[in-house]
Design a protein around this ligand. Structure first.
Ligand code: PBG
Ligand code: ZN
Length: 334
């Protein structure tokens, strides 16, 4: 450890201090702790289903019974929260599976809350997994191009969030990026007796190539076009702050920046500007890159994972959403 000499202390002589592990920990500015972790999980219908996905080693599509097992293992390792995604049996153009009373997320939430009442269950609120076209909102097909209809989509998102709360979700996390969705969801939750359910908004969500592997797991790759009309341009940081400000004004309780590692500047600015609980989502592509390099022996998975998460914490993230949450919790214990 060395401290830079400062003009106010002319007698200062740069020197190396003895750093024991205990001292290093005492003076560390940032810490990783299992209580900061959120594990994303993917639910699909069935029993005893554990379907591996090529693009994401270690990540599975799980039937509710199997998902409870993974959630239990993570919870026992110290991970306090999961973020649920659903893969429906059937898709349509109204995303009806997203807000079905017995939809895949709704069923899984009920089971999770019964088996693990102390686990914080967060649900991703979006329509893309439930839409036959794979977009996050209602699509109108014109003669030349298709467009996503913002306002009609809000009703479906609000309905989806309320149905998750009804099933027992502790928090909802809208990831669609439609304008006004936080307000719509807040109003619907309040009107249905869920005033106390917080909203964690994917506030600064960039249109990112890093989501590729996720779309394979969630089976939500758009059939045409891309998500650039509603997700953010990677070139823009000030716009990200405006997006976050809007979500906070509409009632977001926690805000998220996504992806994480390539957007540390955004995390830092969001945290310093708003001081809100801020989550960083280390997305599928980030996970895949580390896994792939580690598999070849090119990087040390554990060291690189911990260093990346520490960077997110240093930037200002309070909450770390990562597919490695269970392993990280175990490493932190070990
Ligand atoms: C759906 C959604 C996506 C992710 C989270 N929610 C994909 C997308 O917007 O295409 C990405 C998560 C990841 O890549 O790990 N709206
Ligand atoms: Zn979506």
């Amino acid at each position: 450890m060395s401290f830079k000499s400062m003009p106010a202390f002319p007698e200062y002589r740069p020197r190396r201090l003895r750093k024991t592990a205990a001292l290093r920990a005492l003076v560390a500015e940032t810490h990783l702790h299992a209580s900061q972790l959120v594990l994303p999980l993917f639910a699909r219908f069935g029993k005893k289903v554990r379907r591996a996905v090529d693009a994401m080693p270690g990540v599975f599509q799980l039937s509710p019974d199997e998902l409870v097992k993974d959630a239990t293992r993570a919870f026992e390792a110290g991970v306090p929260a999961v973020l649920l995604f659903g893969i429906p049996d059937r898709k349509d153009e109204r995303a009806s599976g997203a807000y079905a009373k017995n939809g895949i997320v709704q069923q899984t939430v009920r089971l999770l809350k019964r088996e693990l009442p102390d686990l914080l269950v967060i649900t991703d609120v979006c329509l893309c997994e439930y839409m036959s076209h794979g977009h996050c909102g209602i699509v109108r097909r014109g003669p030349r191009a298709a467009s996503v209809l913002n306002d009609p989509t809000l009703k479906l998102l609000a309905r989806t969030a309320a149905s998750h709360a009804e099933a027992g979700a502790d928090m909802v996390a809208p990831s669609d990026m439609m304008d006004g969705r936080v307000r719509a969801i807040r109003a619907e939750l309040d009107g249905s007796g869920f005033e106390e359910i917080p909203i964690m908004s994917y506030a600064a969500k960039f249109a990112s190539a890093y989501y590729g592997p996720f779309r394979e797991v969630a089976e939500s790759t758009p059939k045409f076009g891309d998500r650039r009309s509603y997700q953010m341009n990677a070139a823009n940081a000030n716009e990200a702050l405006r997006e976050v400000a809007l979500d906070i004004a509409e009632g977001a309780d926690l805000v998220m920046v996504k992806p994480a590692l390539a957007y540390l500047d955004i995390i830092q600015r969001v945290k310093t500007e708003f001081g809100y609980p801020t989550a960083a989502y280390a997305v599928s592509g980030e996970h895949a890159m580390i896994k792939a390099a580690a598999e070849r022996g090119w990087v040390d998975e554990r060291a690189v994972t911990m260093e990346s998460l520490l960077a997110m914490r240093r930037a200002g993230a309070d909450i770390l959403i990562t597919y490695s949450a269970a392993e990280v919790a175990r490493w932190l214990k070990g």
